[in-house]
Design a protein around this ligand. Structure first.
Ligand SMILES: [Zn+2]
Length: 205
C-alpha cells in the first residue's frame, strides 16, 4: 500500500464538498469525471478519497456523477438496497482504518426496487428468487416501523428513509465506529437521492 496521507478535509468540509457537487450537478454544471484522464497519473501513488459512500446498485444513482466528483474523491460500495453485510462492513472498515475518509454516507434513493420488493414481501408475502429473497430479508428488519396504512408511494418513501437509517444503525453498532465518531473526526450521515430533481436530501440526525 502506498504511503499517501489521508485527506486533510474535516468531516464537515467533506460533507460541504458533496453538497456543492450535488448543486453543480443539479444546475447542469457538473464536469464529466470521464474527461479527467490526467487525474489517473496524479493518483499513481495512492488515493485520498474524502468520503466513503454506501449506495444502491441502481443505474440511475451513480455517486461520482450526482456529487460531481472526480477520480480519487469517493470510495464507493454499491449493492442493491444499500444493505449491510460482513463484506461491506469490511470494505467500510478498510476505508476508515487505511484511507481515513472523514465522512461516511449511506445513500438511498427514491423508487428503490430493492426496498419496494422488501415491502411487497412484508405486506403481501411476495417471494423472489432465493438469493434475491435473502437480500430482501436483510432489508426487512429496518422496515419494522413502516405500517400498512400508507398509500404505496408514501410507504416506499418512508421505507427508503428507514432502510438508510437501518444500514447506519448497523455501522454504528460496531464498537469501532462508535469510537471513531466519539473522537469527533468521523461523521456518518444518511441521504436519499431524489430521482426527479437530482437533489441529494441529507437526513436529519
Ligand atoms: Zn435501489
Amino acid at each position: 500500500m502506498a504511503n499517501v496521507p489521508a485527506t486533510d478535509l474535516s468531516a464537515d468540509e467533506a460533507l460541504q464538498r458533496l453538497i456543492e457537487g450535488n448543486e453543480r450537478f443539479m444546475r447542469g454544471e457538473g464536469r464529466s469525471p470521464f474527461l479527467g484522464r490526467r487525474a489517473l497519473t496524479d493518483l499513481l501513488e495512492g488515493q485520498q478519497p474524502f468520503a466513503t459512500i454506501l449506495g444502491c446498485s441502481d443505474s440511475r444513482v451513480p455517486p461520482e456523477i450526482i456529487f460531481d466528483a472526480d477520480f480519487g474523491d469517493l470510495f464507493i460500495v454499491r449493492v442493491a438496497g444499500n444493505i449491510m453485510s460482513p463484506e461491506i462492513m469490511g470494505t467500510l472498515q478498510y476505508a476508515g482504518t487505511y484511507l481515513h475518509t472523514p465522512l461516511f454516507v449511506v445513500l438511498g434513493h427514491e423508487h428503490c426496487g430493492a426496498v419496494r420488493a422488501a415491502l411487497e414481501t412484508k405486506f403481501h408475502g411476495t417471494e423472489k428468487r432465493e438469493r434475491v429473497q435473502s437480500l430482501l430479508q436483510m432489508i426487512l428488519p429496518g422496515l419494522a416501523g413502516v405500517g400498512p396504512g400508507l398509500l404505496p408511494e408514501g410507504a416506499l418513501r418512508r421505507a427508503v428513509d428507514a432502510n438508510v437509517r437501518w444500514s447506519m444503525d448497523q455501522v454504528l453498532e460496531t464498537p469501532e465506529a462508535q469510537a471513531r465518531v466519539a473522537e469527533g473526526r468521523y461523521r456518518l450521515v444518511g441521504a436519499v437521492y431524489e430521482l426527479a430533481t437530482g437533489r441529494v436530501r441529507f437526513l436529519e440526525d
